[in-house]
Design a protein. Sequence first.
Length: 94
Amino acid sequence: MGAETKAKKLTKLPSLFVWEIGRRTNNQAHAQGLGRHNQLEVERLLREYLNAISDFLGDKKFLFGDDACAANCAVFNKLCQVMWHVPSVVTAKA
């Protein structure tokens, strides 16, 4: 079952609307650069980003010292998206 069919079943939206959302999402991903890579390249890039964050953190508790700041929340947000939407990157060894 394709993603468009699953989305239509889950949301009960008209198929033209589901198609348009998918088209816009794909266009935005391409414009941001992510849509220009295949799945393996995306996973490789994400692993590189995760390693860079890990290297920057080192033994520190937070990004910029002992107290959390907005940057920590932003990085946590992105890490959660990777963890739940691209689990193969999180479980694979870099």
